[in-house]
Design a protein around this ligand. Sequence first.
Ligand code: SF4
Length: 486
Amino acid sequence: MLTKTDYNRYLQCPKYLWLNKNRKELAPPVTETQQALFDQGYKVEAYAHNLFPGGVEVKGWYKKGRAETQAYIREGHKTIYQANAMTNNLYAKADILHFNNQTKKWDLYEVKSSTSVKEEHIPDLAFQKIALERDGIPIGKTYLVHINKEYVRQGEIDPKELLKTEDLTEAVNNERSSVEANIPKTLEIIKFKEEVKKRIGKQCDNPYECPFKAYCWKDLPEYNIFNLQRISEKQITQLQALGIEKIADIPDDFEMNQKQENQVVAVKTGKDFIDTQSIENAINTISYPLYFLDYETYASAIPLFDGLKPYQQMPFQYSLHVIRSKGEEPEHFEYLHTSKDNPLPGLLASMKNHIRNTGSVIVWYKAFEMGRNEEMAKLCPEYAEFLESVNKRVFDLMEIFSNQYYISPKFKGSASIKKVLPVVVPELSYNDLEDVQEGKIASLYWFKHVYNESADKERIARNLLEYCKLDTLAMVEIWRKVLRLY
Ligand code: SF4
């Protein structure tokens, strides 16, 4: 049986399809964050059903689901959710089928949690249409229902405003012959006795991260070409054609941008590169007191509170280390919102208490913190002046690394704090934290803390506070090390 998901896997990488059908055990189990994404998808689909109220839902799968679907069609139902189609080798579960009285055909609506139509949605819809039609269900128009990114929640969620429906009939019809030609090839690949051969490359993360990466990428050397900053598809192909896997083996005349060249030199010499003058110039723009600030945020397809848009990052926690004057020890302040109401008023009131009118606000990746401040200023205008003042005083510590004032081969081409900290301050580690070691998990844990009554709330709160605190403490310690570089 071939499903649209299988077909999409084939389009991403034939080996992905083969592994998924034949060596599924090589993929890690679904993570909590992935499951949370799936759950969001189900919620979006439930809202999409409201666009066509009064439909009947097929509960069964495969033969049972098909029989239910056919029974609903015979009974004259006009809207069917999760309609099943099954031929001798294709299987489809369509999100919504709606009978069009004029064309006497069924219009197909597939629901996605994305905020726009993506390239990969067209073959997805074309596959569904083919499977349904081969099973005797005539399809008229094909639509994609996705999240409207301009929607702003005000009161109860309005599905008509939350969702956008786009008519993709023409694009899907144009894609049809290509999908029909690919289906027999795809079915052949599944049956191969030997593992399909395919070099690793950009397709491993595009359009989705492949779950077999740990398997396919396991033999890569430590400083490999995929660590090269923003390596292009063309560069990967050229280097693979030369049989080059290690950064150290990249020829001197290989075409690269300046940042990539600097990185390669650092790897080849094994030495750190430190531009003391640029570091000093950057540091000289800072003034005390220093506020090291970090937010944790939650974003959901369905906005939780009034004023929020879909997927808008909503801060629910901050950590702040303050160094009042040169050489002083930092003081720590924090806020974690733990109730179901809007976190912003409490969070901002607390922040305003601790961040005064003067001094630099040090963050890691300023686009994120500044973006949140701008959004919060709109949502809570009484704090607009304060947040504007904070944004005017932001200093992005990450730029010391992303601008390559400091390069270490051990950063592996990344300026992420998770890569920089273990190299610059090896005595401090995210690995020592109990459960929460990355932002995505923090976000998930916060949601669990607030909305899951059976969760171990005390433990979750402790883990969240420790994680966010480490983010700002990491900045403080990196800052201290950077000061000693010039
Ligand atoms: S990791 Fe890459 S090469 Fe391996 S199956 Fe996935 S997409 Fe294909």
